[in-house]
Design a protein. Sequence first.
Length: 463
Amino acid sequence: MPKLTTWQFIAGSTAIGLVIATGAVALAGPWDSGQRKAERDQSAPKGGAHHPAPARPKAPAPAPSAPGVLTALGAPGNVPAQKALSATLGPLLADPALGSVHTAAVIDTATGKLLYGSGADLAMTPASTVKLATTTAALAALGPDHRIATTVEATADGKHLTLVGGGDPTLSKDRLRALADDTVRVLRDRGVTSVDLAYDTSLYSGPEIHPIGINDNIAPVVALMTDEGRVDGSDHGPAPRTGDPAGDTARTFAGMLADRGVTANPGSTPARPAAHSTPLARTYSDPLSALVERALTNSDNDLAEALARQTALAAGRPASFEGAGRAVKDQLAKLRLPVSEAQFADGSGLDRNDRVTATLLATVLARASEPANQRLRPVLTGLPIAGFSGTLADRYTGSASGTGLVRAKTGTLTGVNTLAGTVVAADGRLLSFAFLASNTTSPYAAQSALDRLATALATRKLT
């Protein structure tokens, strides 16, 4: 299945809304656990940019619901009235459930114009919506086809192996078994049946434990781990974590080698490869496009921290919390995004010292929708769909809700609730938005208030 072009993404979102309005709900495109299969199976967007103009020669015929969308996007001067947006959003922002401090920004993605702002340039704690910045920086720095490697290095005689972590938290036991198969195959050809096994985590620097401390929301941040250090068989959400993900992975790998006839004596502490070691076998993660979608759909903290560190490595900075934060900000600045007030203390949003503005988050999404930015498209396709996928699967369940119409990244910390995403407005315009609230007293009431704001954008005509 080919990558979504901008107009196909918009038209598909509109079609979903029309179907829901008639009571026959169906998702547009094949979805698998909140991830588009095209994003998972393909390593990069294909072809050039498709501008949303219906008369473009040889372009695929738009869906029946698309002409209004395409016409609106082709008319830069035709924008929603700021007065109408103020009348629509102002009363909803006054909801006490949104706490004592709240900000908002709404952008017309066709023009990049800020249509509505309320404290839009006030830097606030974003919680997990900061993942929009993290993933955008990673895609810009590395490209959607980048894959993270986990490598087995060996001395010339094959008797000293090192499992080298490349920073892939999605390394699964199945892929680790395949790596063991490849390793044993080479060792047998060399006549090796017993090895010393070390493991290398030196790619990362700085503290391994997130500033929030030991927590079910994130494993120790190390360059080598299996299944995000989860010990309960889960693949997303909070879960018990091992305290030594790298050591556990090395010991598991040693057992796999032994099962295949090669006795392995694993080291008890991390160590760099022996002198003159060379790569013997390697396994790769899914492409970055799929990792970004997973990080956003499931609000995956471990993966977000890994992507921030991959950005740091691409920039030649230390792969630490501090180095990653600086690299993310620098990369966003290169995209001409408004980051002067931003502070990135981590990549996941678990740290309350993160600061972003509503304008920054809304602009990130608008930038990802631009035809020239195909490489950033997974930031849009990874957004949870209201009522259907990821962290929005259990929200927007009311009869007058924005089910299927809103696509957005959620953010929740105690006293902090945020929402940032996209909607196709009732008159066919693709809008990006960000709503941030602090000092909230009830997360459920705050979430409902945020959902009403996004629903208003999706269902009410603005002109």
